[in-house]
Write a protein that binds this ligand. Sequence first.
Ligand code: ZN
Ligand code: FE
Length: 255
Amino acid sequence: MSLEIAVIPCLRDNYAFLLHDRATGATAVVDTPEVGPINAALEARGWHLTHILNTHHHPDHVGGNRMLCDTHGCQIIGPASDAHRIPGLHEGVGEGDAVMLGQIQAVVWDTPAHTSGHISYYFAEASALFVGDTLFAVGCGRLFEGTALQMWSAMHRYRSLPDHTRVYCAHEYTASNIRFARSIDPSNEALARRAQEVEQLRAADQFTVPTTIAQEKATNPFMRADDPMLAAAVQRSGASPADVLGEIRRRKDRF
Ligand code: ZN
Ligand code: FE
């Protein structure tokens, strides 16, 4: 596999991701929170930016679009359904569309919930999934423009991917997500182990992203909203997974 991926910390707790196809030199950045760190990372590697892949319209994901495009002349790809909110968009994409980075293909999934036009990019061959602010390690995005049912649909679909799939989420929220998750899932041993790992990583100033589908299946309460134990923990026994997810999300918002 010739796809190289670099994690670029931006702003306070955002990540941008550089994707580089060694075979052709094609290089994408997934979201553009901040121009400086992205340009520095490109320069350090000698890579030339050819594509911007946006997940959704929030400023901490599209803020660098125009400036990066002016500097590098790259192609901006993003959600077609949110075209009016993606600065400089050249190519709108949606469910099932293929995006080519050199010789490497990503498939676009519509994953609305955090925003109405949110999309994810799945690189099957590279086993890499870019989820923007829909899924976080041990958490999920806030429901600003969508519903708990939409978020549950996204979680359910992500969960169907191979366990080893690496999941690139757009913020470093893992430690606080774990504190909340443990409050409703205190007997989850995988979660307890993960809390220790994440504490060590953060103490050493290391990223907790990417995560994997296997880790999220074991520890993420939003991905496990169909587990009767979790439904009971939030007093929603017998409710649909979407309702349980909605209740967990409300509690997280207040946590
Ligand atoms: Zn966002
Ligand atoms: Fe964000």
